[in-house]
Design a binder for this molecule. Sequence first.
Ligand SMILES: Nc1ncnc2c1ncn2[C@@H]1O[C@H](COP(=O)(O)OP(=O)(O)OP(=O)(O)O)[C@@H](O)[C@H]1O
Ligand SMILES: [Mg+2]
Length: 378
Amino acid sequence: MPSETAIREALKAVIDPELRRDIVELDMVRSIDIKDAGVVDVTVSLTTPGCPIKNHFQTAVAEAVSSFDDVTRVNVGFDVLNDTQKSALQKKLGRSSLPEGALAQVKNVICVGSGKGGVGKSTLTANLAVALAAEGKQVGVLDADVWGYSIPRMFGVPADRPKVSGERKILPPVAHDVKVMSIGFFLDEDAAVVWRGPMLHKALTQFLEDVAWGELDYLLVDLPPGTGDVSMTLAQLLPQAKFVIVTTPQDTAQKVARRAAEMADKVKLEVAGIIENMSVFTAPDGERYPIFGTGGGAALADELDVPLLGKVPITMPLREQADAGVPLVSFDPSDPAAQAIRQAARGIVALSPIELPVMQAPAAAAAPKPVGMSLPMA
Ligand SMILES: Nc1ncnc2c1ncn2[C@@H]1O[C@H](COP(=O)(O)OP(=O)(O)OP(=O)(O)O)[C@@H](O)[C@H]1O
Ligand SMILES: [Mg+2]
């Protein structure tokens, strides 16, 4: 039979989807009893008695412990953390309160990033979102570019302050079947904002926790250029998020994108795939011009051993529609760029797990408390 230490080690594979850490690290494994004849009893402490993720724990714990050859049966029992244990847990998580089920029903979070600016992250994020919605998915876009937000313009959403629900959650406006949230809704246009670390962290936390995202298959996050603070903060808040890296075909861009991949690795976010943008321009006479070179996307995908989700050509309408506030995928799905983006969206669907939400709904009894509305720009 495996030792208690070995079983504890195996239980590190069981992640609390709400707290986003493993149950060993969270000190939620109350007891492990190794009985004769291949039977192991494990007791897990939950944060609330009616915890809706009990089933998840039941299955995940049983699976982790049955991975040992000698184990033939796993009994999973539950108890509830007492107040002292709860406050120890809160302290460990470095937060003043446990999450109230923010992103409760969001299944996949995908950050769209690149090592450098102007490669089309925002354009692709907006169009991928519309493409995923066209696949029948429920989609949201979070504009995490607090310095150079462009998502409201690309979706044609007026920069008005969003409404607030009865539960004091911010209601994201819906455009082209996509829920959209951006710092741009809270700022006067052209206002210069200096974001200092803690403020940035707080703003992003609020965008994740205080926005009524509701049920989503995909939350796409448009990252600012570079590999800095925002990505680190998001990675901390959303360890299960995945990265899609946008690159252009030339080598130098690929080098920068590789830096983004290294960063993703550093913050332990998985790279889901690469999209090469501005890959080729086809003139009206049919001649193809590789304006920004060729091969960068495929080379980076090879190097990182992840799929190349698409090669999006340069087309005037992609730019025009971004400026006009009607994403091209919605305006003219037959445009070659729109088709490439739709194909990339289908690639994302094919890659994404469907069963495990990023965070789970809170217990019905623990109805969401009103949350603060102190968005930094309010
Ligand atoms: N495939 C394309 N064909 C034509 N124009 C494109 C294409 N991709 C992006 N553009 C245009 O290039 C410009 C930059 O794109 P975008 O703002 O999406 O880049 P970004 O990576 O988000 O930039 P930033 O780093 O500043 O956030 C925009 O004017 C956009 O319309
Ligand atoms: Mg951008």
